[in-house]
Every structure is written in C-alpha cells, then in structure tokens.
Design a protein around this ligand. Structure first.
Ligand code: PLP
Length: 267
C-alpha cells in the first residue's frame, strides 16, 4: 500500500477519490441521509487498469463501463488480479485492505442484443435497459442460467429527442412488461440529465425521475426490490443525491479528464 500511494499520480487519484466520497457524504447529509446509503460507481471508461486496481486496494468495489467491448476485455483480467490479491492476502493473513472484495461491475451504456449474454455474465447490475428487445434477450440469458438478471430501466426524463432511454409516457407499460419476465429482476430506474456546465440544470430531470420512481413504487406491479435510483455524474452527482439518487456514476472527477478530448473509444 505504501508503495502504491507514493508516486504523485496515484496520490492524486486517491485524493480525488477521497474528495468525491466527502462530497457524497455532504450532499447526503444535506438531504437528511447518510453517505453509506449512496453507492458510488466509479466509471472507468477513461481509466487505466492500474488505477482501477489502486481503487480496489483502497477498498472500492463498484465499477462501471459504458462500452461492451471494453467491459468484456477488462473485467476478466481485473477480476483475476483481484482474485490473486485475495488469495495472497489470505495466505499472508494480511489486513482486510490487502484482501479486497470481488468487484461488482455495472454496465451503464447501450447494449447490443448479441452481446447480452456476455454482459449479463460479467455484470452485477445493468443500468441501461431501455427497450423490450434487450429485456427479452436478457430474460433468455437468465432463463438459461436459471438465475435472474438484475436490471435498471433507463428513462429519458429530459425529453430530448436524441437521448437513450424509455420515453416517460411508455414507462409504466415497459415496467409491467419487464416485471412479467421472471428471469429479470427489475431493481429501479436510471437516467442521464441533459449536457450542461451547470449542475442545477439537471435538477428538474432528476426530480422528474424520482417522481416516476415513487409513482411506480406506489402503483406499479413492483416489489420491495425495486429500490435503486441511479442518477448523477461528475458534474451533477450532488444535485442527484439531493433529489434522491442512491447510485451515482462518477468518472472524470475520480480518474481525470481523458487525455484526448474526443471520445476515441467510440465504435
Ligand atoms: C461516462 C458516463 C458517466 C460518468 O461520466 P463523468 O462525467 O466522467 O463522471 C456516467 N454515466 C454514464 C452512462 C456514462 O456514460
């Protein structure tokens, strides 16, 4: 651990990670909740594998990817390293920091239907189900392995035409459809606010999503396991927490901005 924290870039990483945790704690307190009630998903789309390992060593468990290919390339490799760290830590009888918990991977981006099985196998939670087709594909996966796939329904709460997510007028119907698939476990909703520099601009979108979430819990066919609200990114996660998010997805505030401003991992 001492070695890992010595070099400056790594120190910066853990420093930024600590700041995000502090800000989550404060935003939660402001909303009358506890920081531990909010799960931080560290979004690794621009992170180096080494940085992921460093956060694992710092005790972090939840990581998110938005590209299927990168998830499928990296998750097995990193999971294996974590497993080795665990084995070694156990052999040495080391403190818990040297014996990290297995990673929980979150899929937060669009899923191609033909990749549904691999994504479901690699992930603990899929945040980005937004069509019946993908839902049906995942239902097949769950059926084959005889274990439900846990999903969130992504909702387009801002009404932007180009945005992914189920349109709000179709939401209740989609919830009913997914609920009827017994090998899918619908855990809640996910949304993305419109692009803006000002965190406050996201508030109406998050408030709307929270409203829909509560409405479904009241009148929908869902059970107690429908209890996750995934919203908020680097720019607006504090606003999201104030509006009821219990999962936030934060990338650049932890790992830094990508070196190249264009999204070269696209395609
Ligand atoms: C990239 C991404 C994030 C994290 O974005 P940052 O602004 O880097 O925190 C969160 N959610 C989704 C769906 C993403 O694609």
């Amino acid at each position: 651990m001492a070695i890992a924290q010595k070099a400056t870039p790594d120190g910066d990483l853990l420093h930024r990670y600590g700041l995000v945790l502090d800000r989550i704690e404060r935003a939660a307190a402001k909303a009358g909740r506890k920081g531990q009630q909010v799960v931080l998903v560290a979004v690794t789309k621009f992170a180096e594998p080494e940085h992921i390992i460093q956060l694992v060593q710092a005790g972090h468990r939840d990581f998110g990817e938005n590209k299927v290919q990168q998830l499928l390339q990296r998750a097995p490799m990193i999971d294996e390293r974590v497993a080795r760290m665990r084995a070694l830590g156990a052999a040495l009888g080391a403190d818990p920091a040297a014996k990290p918990e297995p990673i929980r991977w979150h899929m937060i981006g669009q899923i191609q239907r033909n990749k549904a099985r691999q994504v479901a196998d690699a992930c603990r939670l899929i945040h980005s189900v937004d069509s019946l087709k993908v839902a049906e594909e995942l239902q097949e996966v769950g059926l084959k392995r005889d274990r439900p796939v846990e999903v969130l329904l992504q909702v387009n709460c801002s009404g932007e035409a180009a945005k992914a997510g189920c349109p709000t007028p179709a939401l209740l119907h989609m919830v009913e459809q997914i609920h009827s698939m017994i090998y899918l476990k619908l855990r809640g909703l996910m949304t993305i606010a419109p692009d803006s520099e000002h965190p406050e601009d996201s508030r109406p979108t998050f408030a709307r999503c929270r409203e829909l979430f509560e409405e479904i819990r009241t009148v929908g066919p869902v059970g107690r396991e429908f209890n996750i609200l995934s919203m908020g990114m680097s720019n607006d996660y504090e606003v999201a927490i104030e509006e009821g998010a219990n999962i936030v997805r934060v990338g650049s505030s932890i790992f830094g901005q990508p070196a190249n401003a264009t999204d070269e991992l696209d395609q």
